[in-house]
Write a protein that binds this ligand. Structure first.
Ligand code: ZN
Length: 539
C-alpha cells in the first residue's frame, strides 16, 4: 500500500458503546486539545520554556519512533518510501496537523520538507500563552524527527523555519541529517537529550519506572512470540484478531453464543475468554463435552438428579447448569446431543429453569450458555438430526473460528509458545526450532489445527537430541509436507477461468452488463474491455 492509501475509516477501530479505541492497531485516547494545552502551560510554569520544550520534544520523538516501527511491520507497504511518508499522512488523518507538500525548492534535497497547517500545538500555545518569539510545535517536530530517524535509520532532526505560534501564516518544517545540518543544529540538540532535563525530572522518571515495574509484575506472564492475549491465546493473524474482537464484545452482554470451527481450532479457549471478560468472570466456568457422555447420563450430568432416581443414583447430585450458577457453562460438541435431550435443553434455555432427574419441581438457573460444535448444524437440521428451534436459540451470536491453515501467520508464534511450554513442563532445554523445521511447520496443512500443532511440538521437544527442534523431530507427515499440490492435468490458464466465469455471471444477470460489473466488483469499462478482448458481447 501507499501512504496516500491510509484511510481513517479503516485505521480507526471503535465500539459505538465505548471501550478501547485503536488506531492502526495501537490503543489511542481521545483527549481534547485544550487539555494538552493546559498540560503545556503547566510544564512551562514548572520547568521553564526550555525544560518544557525538552519534555515535549522527547515525548514527540519517542512517539514518532514507535509509530514508524509499528507501521513498518503492521502494514504491507509498496516501498520503503511509502512507509517513510506515512508519518505525515498519519498526523493529517489524526487531525494533529495538516501536512502539505511545499513547492520545489532551491538547494540540496531535504529529507523532511512540509508545510503544516492548523497545527494543534501552535493553536494551543497561542490560546494559553500567547504569541512566542520561537517556533512552538515541539511535539510535532519531535515526532517528525523520531519517525524519520527510524525510517532512514540515521539521526535526522526537524526544525520549523516558520511557525504559526510566532505569527507566521503556517508552519514550515525542514528535516536534515545531523551531518547536513552541521553547526546549525547544535543549539537544538539539547532538547533531544535527556541531560537537558531538570533534576526534578530524573526523579519523576525513576518513580515512573517503579510504577511500571509494579504494573509489569502484576500483569500475567506473556509468552514469547506473537501477540499474547491475557487469555493465553496467541495470535498474529487479522482473522483471529477479528474473532477476539467479537468475543470481547459479546462478553459484555449475556447472549447465548455458538462457537463453530473445525476440531482443535481453540473453541474452548475463546469460550474461556468470553467468560473471563464478562461480568460473570468471578463465577465458575464449567465445560462439558456433550459427545463424551453416554446418552442416558447426559441429562443427569447437565441437570443433576435425586437419590434413587435411577440405578446408581445413590445420592442427590447437582448438575452442571446449577454448578455454573452466576457463571458460564460451555456445551461443547452440542451437535452430538441426542434429540430427546435437545428438547430439554431448549426448555432450559427458554425458561432459565431446570428440573433434576427424578424431581418434580423446577429450579431457576442463572448460567450463561455458550455452545460449540465442529459440525455443520444447518446440515444436521436438514438431516433432521438437530432441532432448528434449539439452533436459533443457541446462535444468538455465532463466532466462527478459522482453521489454522487459513491463518498461517499464527503457526510460528503458536509453535514457539508450545515449545517453551513443553520444554518447561518436561525440564528440557529446547529453545525453538531450526529454519528447516519452521519451513515444514508452515507447509503442513494442520488438519487437526492448533491441537495437532501442540501435540506435534510436545512430542518433538521430548524426542529431540538438540537444543532446537529439527525436521526429523517432527511427525513424519509434517516433515514430508509439500506445498498445496495441484494435479498437473487440472491446471487451466487463469485467463480461461476468468473468461468463463464472467460469461456465467453475465448469463445469471440476464446479460445486464452494469449489474454484472457491480457484482464482479469491477468497473463497467473494465468489463467492456474484457468482453471485447474475448470477442464476445456476452449476450
Ligand atoms: Zn508550528
Amino acid at each position: 500500500m501507499r501512504a496516500s492509501d491510509l484511510d481513517l475509516k479503516e485505521l480507526l477501530q471503535f465500539d459505538p458503546d465505548g471501550g478501547i479505541l485503536r488506531f492502526a492497531n495501537e490503543r489511542v485516547l481521545l483527549l481534547d486539545a485544550v487539555a494538552l494545552g493546559l498540560l503545556r502551560r503547566e510544564l512551562i510554569e514548572l520547568l521553564g520554556a526550555s525544560g518544557a520544550r525538552a519534555v515535549l520534544t522527547r515525548f514527540g520523538y519517542a512517539h514518532g519512533w514507535r509509530t514508524a516501527e509499528n507501521l513498518r511491520s503492521g502494514l504491507p507497504w509498496d516501498s520503503e518510501d511509502e512507509w517513510r511518508h506515512a508519518g505525515g499522512r498519519l498526523h493529517t488523518l489524526q487531525g494533529l496537523v495538516r501536512v502539505e507538500s511545499p513547492g520545489p525548492r532551491e538547494g540540496p534535497k531535504l529529507i523532511g520538507d512540509s508545510i503544516w497547517r492548523d497545527s494543534y500545538e501552535a493553536e494551543q500555545h497561542l490560546l494559553h500563552l500567547g504569541p512566542s518569539d520561537e517556533p512552538v510545535c515541539w511535539t510535532l517536530t519531535g515526532f517528525a524527527s523520531g519517525y524519520l530517524s527510524r525510517a532512514y535509520d540515521t539521526e535526522i532532526y526537524c526544525l520549523e523555519e516558520r511557525c504559526r505560534g510566532k505569527g507566521d501564516a503556517c508552519c514550515r518544517l525542514v528535516g536534515r541529517t545531523r551531518e547536513d545540518w552541521g553547526d546549525a543544529i547544535a543549539p537544538h540538540l539539547p532538547y533531544y537529550e535527556k541531560a537537558s532535563l531538570d533534576a526534578a525530572l530524573s526523579q519523576v522518571t525513576s518513580e515512573l519506572r517503579q510504577v511500571e515495574r509494579r504494573l509489569r509484575a502484576g500483569r500475567r506472564k506473556t509468552r514469547p512470540g506473537g501477540r499474547s492475549h491475557p487469555s493465553g491465546l496467541i495470535l498474529e493473524s487479522p482473522a483471529m484478531e477479528r474473532v477476539l474482537d467479537v468475543a470481547r464484545r459479546v462478553a459484555q452482554v449475556d447472549s447465548t453464543v455458538l462457537l463453530t470451527g473445525e476440531s482443535g481450532v481453540g473453541k474452548e479457549r475463546v469460550a474461556r475468554l468470553i467468560h473471563d471478560e464478562s461480568a460473570r468472570a468471578g463465577g465458575p466456568f464449567v465445560a462439558i463435552n456433550c459427545g463424551a457422555v453416554p446418552e442416558n447420563l447426559l441429562e443427569s450430568e447437565l441437570f443433576g438428579h435425586v437419590r434413587g432416581s435411577f440405578t446408581g443414583a445413590t445420592q442427590d447430585r447437582v448438575g452442571l447448569f446449577e454448578a455454573a450458577n452466576s457463571g458460564t457453562i460451555l456445551l461443547d460438541e452440542i451437535g452430538e446431543v441426542p434429540p430427546s435431550m435437545q428438547v430439554k435443553l431448549l426448555r432450559a434455555l427458554q425458561e432459565r429453569q431446570i428440573r433434576r432427574v427424578g424431581e418434580n419441581r423446577n429450579r431457576a438457573v442463572n448460567a450463561r450458555v455458550l455452545a460449540a460444535t465442529n459440525r455443520n448444524l444447518v446440515e444436521e437440521i436438514r438431516g433432521a438430526r438437530f432441532r432448528q428451534d434449539l439452533y436459533y436459540r443457541l446462535r444468538v451470536v455465532e463466532i466462527e473460528i478459522p482453521p489454522l491453515r487459513e491463518r498461517r501467520e499464527d503457526i510460528l508464534p503458536l509453535a514457539r509458545s508450545f515449545v517453551v511450554a513443553a520444554a518447561s513442563r518436561t525440564g528440557r532445554t529446547v529453545t525453538g526450532f531450526t529454519p528447516a523445521a519452521a519451513h515444514q511447520l508452515l507447509r503442513y496443512p494442520w488438519p487437526g489445527n492448533v491441537r495437532e500443532l501442540e501435540n506435534a511440538l510436545e512430542r518433538a521437544v521430548v524426542l529431540t537430541r538438540r537444543s532446537r527442534v529439527d525436521v526429523e523431530d517432527l511427525p513424519a507427515e509434517v516433515g514430508l509436507a509439500v506445498p498445496d499440490a495441484v494435479v498437473a492435468t487440472d491446471v487451466r490458464p487463469l485467463a480461461d477461468v476468468e473468461r468463463d466465469y464472467i460469461r456465467s455471471v453475465l448469463r445469471a444477470v440476464g446479460g445486464n452488463r452494469t449489474q454484472a460489473a457491480a457484482q464482479l466488483g469491477i468497473g463497467a469499462a473494465t468489463l467492456y474491455r474484457k468482453l471485447k478482448q474475448y470477442g464476445t458481447d456476452g449476450s
